[in-house]
Design a binder for this molecule. Sequence first.
Ligand code: CO
Length: 210
Amino acid sequence: MRRQLKSLFKRNKSWADRMLAADPEFFSSLVEQQKPEYLWIGCADSRVSANQIIDLKPGEVFVHRNIANVVVHTDLNCLSVIQYAVEVLEVKHIIVCGHYGCGGIKAAFNGNELGLIDNWLRHIKDVYRTHHVEIDALETETEKLDLLCEKNVIEQVANVCHTTIVQRAWRANKDLTIHGLIYSMQDGLLKKLDAEVSETRQLNKTHTLS
Ligand code: CO
């Protein structure tokens, strides 16, 4: 096992050496605490690594990733990340970032049977069901998939906003904005979607705490 990972240990050592050469305090300054301003909720896809895309160093972004960047109200993992980020780290921004060409979105759209993951992809099917008229009106499969990727981000932004964690933060007048972004692997660029929320007033009444 160790032997198979040999190249990774080698890369790790040379990375640590490079970081230290550039800044001798780099690791010691991070050991004490982290104070990131951003929580990134993105896809687990190996091509969409958060720190690399937004060019941030360790300590600057708190990250949660899963297949197709889904925020589910019964997912203790994701909810715990959001709670810790908002209440302990006090991040100012939660970014939900999807990406075009997402395998999870494609699998949900095409309905291929893949096993356990089909249950996870159900959530994407729900997004499609909500927006199918608009999506089906498009001509090519690529256009349809691209729009479903965008709609998924917008739905997940809403899910973040609807958590009691975010609502409590807004009620306490915390400075917290939820953003929806999408990444293109074609050119490496991020695009802002029409999904920026920074207060309870922007939400539908059924989804707000009284
Ligand atoms: Co993906």
